[in-house]
Write a protein of this length. Structure first.
Length: 107
C-alpha cells in the first residue's frame, strides 16, 4: 500500500470584522466586539449595542442611524468606529426600518 500524502487543511469561510462606521446603508450586521473605553462601552450597551447582537444600518454618515433591538439609534462617527461587525444574512422582518420609530442618540 503506497504512503498517503497529508491532505490540505480545509479552510472555512472567513468572516472579516470591520468597523461599523465603514458599513453602507442597508447592511445587515452582527456585532463581534466593542473597542471603546469603559464609559463609551457602558453607553453603547445601554443603547442595546452589545456583542452578538444583530443590527441594520439605516443611514450612514455622522451620525449613523442603526436599528438594533427594534429601536433606531444614532451613533456619532467616533462611537460607530468603536463597534466592530461582520456581515449576517438578511435581517428578519421585525428588524425592518420603521419611519415612526424614535431615535436614541449617543455622542
Amino acid at each position: 500500500m503506497p504512503p498517503t500524502e497529508p491532505s490540505e487543511p480545509r479552510l472555512l469561510p472567513l468572516q472579516v470584522a470591520m468597523p461599523l462606521s465603514r458599513q453602507p446603508c442597508g447592511a445587515s450586521l452582527r456585532i463581534v466586539r466593542l473597542e471603546a473605553d469603559g464609559d463609551d462601552c457602558a453607553r453603547l450597551n445601554a443603547l442595546g449595542v452589545c456583542v452578538g447582537r444583530r443590527l441594520c444600518v439605516l443611514r450612514s454618515g455622522d451620525p449613523m442611524i442603526i436599528r438594533v433591538v427594534g429601536a433606531r439609534v444614532g451613533l456619532s462617527a467616533r462611537l460607530a468606529a468603536a463597534v466592530w461587525v461582520d456581515s449576517t444574512p438578511a435581517a428578519a422582518s421585525h428588524e425592518a426600518p420603521h419611519p415612526a420609530a424614535p431615535v436614541r442618540t449617543a455622542v
